[in-house]
Design a binder for this molecule. Sequence first.
Ligand SMILES: [Zn+2]
Length: 455
Amino acid sequence: MAVYFAAKALLPQGWAENVRVGVSPEGVIQSVVADSVPDEGDIRLDGVVVPGMPNLHSHAFQRAMAGLTEVVGDPADSFWTWRDLMYRLVGKITPEQLETIASYLYIEMLKAGYTSVAEFHYLHHDVDGKAYAQPAELALRVAQAAKNVGIGLTLLPVLYTYSGFGGQPASSGQRRFINDTDSYLKLYDSIATALAPEPMQRAGLCFHSLRAVTPEQMHLVLSSQPQPQPIHIHISEQQKEVADCLAWSGLRPVEWLYDNMPVDDRWCLIHATHITESETRLMADSGAVAGLCLTTEANLGDGIFPGQAFLQQGGNWGIGSDSHISVSVSEDLRWFEYGQRLNNRRRNLLHLETEPYVGNVLYQGALHGGRMALGQNIGELAVGGRADWLVLDGDDPFLATAKDSELLNRWIFACSSNPIKDVVTGGKWVIREGRHEKDAEIKADFAQVLKQLTR
Ligand SMILES: [Zn+2]
């Protein structure tokens, strides 16, 4: 067993000093003892140690288009015109290119504080929309990328069949996404089987949205895979989506979901942006995780989630970098609070009765919800958890002078340069002094792919 020693570490009960952490060869935490004295053989963690953050929503391939859509095309530019550009990119990507994009992105995530990721994977078929000889080809490329760079993965193959509510036929831009229920369940099985031996990977169920599947499909998938596991869905990102759902069913998307599906704490509702007070209450009471993607939602002009009410009602939530317009734990957390401030013209809105420091509420809340959404034993430095942590630069002036209660506020709101120095996942160093051992080769490959895709 390897033993690590940290002068300061964030444990589930709060900050602790002189912490010894024992980790098995499999990368699982076996002991955590605070107020201890280091042994000679202990591995020193040189800085402030916090649990690594789960990223609960990613479409890896979209990293390749980040920054290319910030130019006026249509005077009514919106999520829907952005989506047209996304479909153009998606039409071209090869399996090799996808693996390269995901590898580069996942190294960026590790450096930015994410030690695991839920990949909401809907790119299934070849450029003509035909299944690959190995139907899970593209999903397994993503899994390979995660393994190569050392990030944890919950892979969510997506069921995507239709283009709109009530089973409207898919468009040609969606040809690479489309499965029927039968081919989806086969795909899911082959992915779950392939990932089973991987200690840092697992599969989960995923419906693209209520636009893309029918109620019958959802019931069939859930009854075919009844074991406890994460279930993700895009739910209420766009006002047009809410209007279309009302026209189809007489209910708003979250109302419809709770009326028709057994929603509980296995579920993660991505972009529950447009919800009423009663929908907020339904989500908070059910234990489902609200999947918030703050920088992407800002970039796409989606709207603002009612975070203050949701937190006051004890709702679970976590963060995802989604389209990867930004890959930064601190920026996404900061923007959760800033969105609430801009909307309410007040300050310090995401707090709890027991916790007045916004940064503490943000970091601990996102760890908890991320752990639930990924369905893995992650997000806390505790016995039985995976050894996934970040070492923040203890010499950073903001961190070096902060009281314990202020540490996370200083990092999230004040540090303009990234203070994450070292990262451990599954008991292995993946980032040291800000560098990944595969930086050079993957950076060169990624530049090549960008050139090919934008030519
Ligand atoms: Zn998404």
